[in-house]
Design a protein around this ligand. Sequence first.
Ligand SMILES: *[C@@H]1O[C@H](CO)[C@@H](O)[C@H](O)[C@H]1NC(C)=O
Ligand SMILES: *[C@@H]1O[C@H](CO)[C@@H](O)[C@H](O)[C@H]1NC(C)=O
Ligand SMILES: *[C@@H]1O[C@H](CO)[C@@H](O)[C@H](O)[C@H]1NC(C)=O
Ligand SMILES: *[C@@H]1O[C@H](CO)[C@@H](O)[C@H](O)[C@H]1NC(C)=O
Ligand SMILES: *[C@@H]1O[C@H](CO)[C@@H](O)[C@H](O)[C@H]1NC(C)=O
Ligand SMILES: *[C@@H]1O[C@H](CO)[C@@H](O)[C@H](O)[C@H]1NC(C)=O
Ligand SMILES: *[C@@H]1O[C@H](CO)[C@@H](O)[C@H](O)[C@H]1NC(C)=O
Length: 834
Amino acid sequence: ETNSICFRLLLLLMAVVSIDAQNESSLSKSLTNVILFCGEDHAFTTTLNLRLHGNQMDEDELYQVAETCQYTAWASREIVCDHNYMEVSVKRAAPHDYVLPNHLIPSKRPVEAGFRITTLVFFTPEERIMEVKEALNRGYGIANTPSRLVLRSPKTTPETYIQNVAGVPMTVLKTSTIFEKKWLAVQIDATAACPLVEGSVSVSSNTIAWYLPWHIDPLISSKQFKLLEVHMGINGQRITTAEMAARQYSLIVSSTHIVIKIPIGAVGGYLKSNVQDNQYFTSYTVEPMVELHWIEDTTHEDTRYKVLFPITTPFLPQPLQVIDETVPNKQIFKLILGPFGTDVALINITFPSEVLSVAECNVRGFNVMELMSPNSSSKVFILQVPFMDPVVLQMTQNGFTLYRLQLTFGLLVLPELAPLSHTAHLEAKLVNIAPPKVFGGCDHQNFYVLVEHGRRSFQTMVGKQMLTPDLGQKYGFMDNGTHFSLVVPFSAPDVVFEAIEQASIRGRIDVIMRNPETNTEIKKFSMACNFHSTLTVCFPNGTMTALAVKLEAVPSLNTSRLTLRDPTCGPLFSNDRFAYFIFSGNTCGTTRKFLSNVMLYENEISLPDESDKSDESDESERKNESEEPVLKVSCYYDINTIHTLAFRTKPLMNQPYAENGKGELQVAMRLALDKSYSLFYREEDYPISKYLQQPLYFEVELMRSRNPKVSLELENCWATLKEDRMSQPRWNLIIDGCANKVHPYQVVFHPVWVDARVENPSHFKRFEVQMFSFDDKETLSPQVLFVHCDAVICDARNPLGGVCNKKCPSKNNEIRGQRQALSHVSSGLINLTQ
Ligand SMILES: *[C@@H]1O[C@H](CO)[C@@H](O)[C@H](O)[C@H]1NC(C)=O
Ligand SMILES: *[C@@H]1O[C@H](CO)[C@@H](O)[C@H](O)[C@H]1NC(C)=O
Ligand SMILES: *[C@@H]1O[C@H](CO)[C@@H](O)[C@H](O)[C@H]1NC(C)=O
Ligand SMILES: *[C@@H]1O[C@H](CO)[C@@H](O)[C@H](O)[C@H]1NC(C)=O
Ligand SMILES: *[C@@H]1O[C@H](CO)[C@@H](O)[C@H](O)[C@H]1NC(C)=O
Ligand SMILES: *[C@@H]1O[C@H](CO)[C@@H](O)[C@H](O)[C@H]1NC(C)=O
Ligand SMILES: *[C@@H]1O[C@H](CO)[C@@H](O)[C@H](O)[C@H]1NC(C)=O
């Protein structure tokens, strides 16, 4: 209480300390000792001794906090108007201040040591004299320091009076303080004047205007007067002109007044909310400050004048607004509700079908947000509701869809917990856009996609990729304004493989159109086609190749880990979609089987069995993966039949892996198209149809032999009606290597010459017989036949008789050599066309 400046410092310090402490109440109770020291009115030291108790430890903790502040800019007079008191501090003349005789300036005589304040004289304007003791009891503050006298008074007391200054009522404290020492007395005058709110503030619907006279008559004795500084502040702190502009405050110095204008709700103040009849009201409180500094020419005495001026508007209705920021194309309602004071909380939102708390709204994706307004002390609530949410009503009318949102906000004003509700209706219209139409087709190597987009814009995904101009170029993108087309090769990475079928792969292309704004699918188009693909190729020289493809159903398959049966035979090449293998019949665990007419080479492509490895974690997955071979590779090589089987391979000419002594001959029979024996019927050509007496050209070949010393001989050939070679009836064509003379259409043998296909003519036999019909009543129609032969191999070096050295009467056959082995071959079904 001794010095107002020190007092304010103390309060400031206390505030700082309190904020730092965790438990405010225990701290303020334990502020046991405060020492305030004001040295020479220039430096002010505040020392706090703090005792913190309330810890588990028995002993209190003691702290000392000291802070020193400087204040040297003392004006001759300093006046402070706070919201409930006024204070004036005047300079006391020091002994060296005055050189003139004391009696010429009686009131400015230095008050030396030994003088003490005895009496206060108030002018109301009548004189009222009061003892110091009584003044202290009445709530006045009186203090003197070596250089200053400080007086403080409540704003309105019987000893103050009200004076109208330039239309503004001001409360005036006018005093003389008497210092006495024995019979000597010294008097110091001090006057303060502070504006009253009533009469100096006008509140319009959106602005507060505060008028402060700057020529405050009770404080100024002469006409010669100069205003040196004018500052504005808020909450006791000066602010810069830039800050003022940002907050839209204005300060104008007119000929009579300083006019401060503050928009209601501006930053720096706060809004207090109130609810009456579900109507929302706010009052705005702001505490502007004005600091003036002036000097009087005649006396050269300056005054610093500071007014802290809290202004509170009455409660004004604050109409709530719902700003609809919905952009229909984004398919989401966006609305802003406000403005509110910071003391309002959003509790729930009521939709026609349900009530959701704010937390529930956020779980639902409504994204409720509270946003402080950047240039005011109010806030708004923001909400987004997708059109597709069930709380939105939809109505489809011709050509467009209408979306309706009705909602009631449940709000609470704190701390009174006064409820407030606000209802809003929103509507948005969206023109119905027919989804694009997609057409597609395939040929043997490409997918063709045609999209009728009708100038609508959307994002297109091909497989998992966005259709960018780059990708479009790859896929032959063409757009004529209403349609665009794509050609996607079967082998493109965006094609997924669905299944492997006999000699073909089923590939699928997915084309998806999306709305980039809502990220929703507009149209999905899928097309699957079978593409002929020889996954396995069997080369005549015994080389086999296989292509393993990764199917969509096995996305985790790592193709580079695939192997043939021999786990050391990995792919020659692999990527994330394919693995390509090359092997031959006697490598990589390939097995060989002699079937009745063909030799079958088989291998399998699969993941190696790693179940014995210690990696237990994904063992089950591995087992599952390796259960089934990814691809079974089979190569059939013709042996004993004119059928040409799988993958249309040519017969095996070179024989890298034939084993002697197996006791079985590989002999093939085929039917040529004509006498030239250059083209032959294939497997799929059977059954073959022939007219009666049309010639049939047969060729029988010994396969897998490069030995020119051996020859193939036909022992017996005959025709049957059934596939079974031993069936009856039977018609003999060749008997013991010679044509059956009994047959009406006799067999004619044809010589064999070396050509591109024939290396050793002795390994071939060719004969011709005309298509005939069994003369049998039981088999009238349809007439069919099968032709069968028993073939033998003869060794020229070791003739032993039999067919090998038999000579037919019509033919000049030589000695053939030793009969080595017997083999049987049959033709396919031959139809007699009537
Ligand atoms: C703060 O301290 C007071 C007095 O020691 C005690 O009553 C109060 O419970 C404390 N509060 C907290 C939050 O610890
Ligand atoms: C805040 O700024 C907006 C736009 O800049 C303006 O329309 C509004 O009046 C300002 N509000 C206040 C309280 O200054
Ligand atoms: C919604 O919140 C308001 C508070 O503003 C409350 O009065 C009302 O009862 C709440 N409604 C429901 C259904 O919880
Ligand atoms: C664009 O191409 C589509 C399909 O080829 C065709 O039907 C349509 O008429 C074409 N439009 C124009 C404007 O050329
Ligand atoms: C077998 O034939 C294929 C195709 O003609 C050829 O690429 C390959 O090199 C040949 N392999 C051998 C071992 O001759
Ligand atoms: C596939 O397996 C190989 C060899 O084990 C490995 O190097 C590669 O990282 C694997 N790739 C993937 C995609 O797992
Ligand atoms: C094997 O995988 C298939 C498809 O990935 C799955 O459907 C099946 O349940 C799996 N079997 C086992 C035994 O894990």
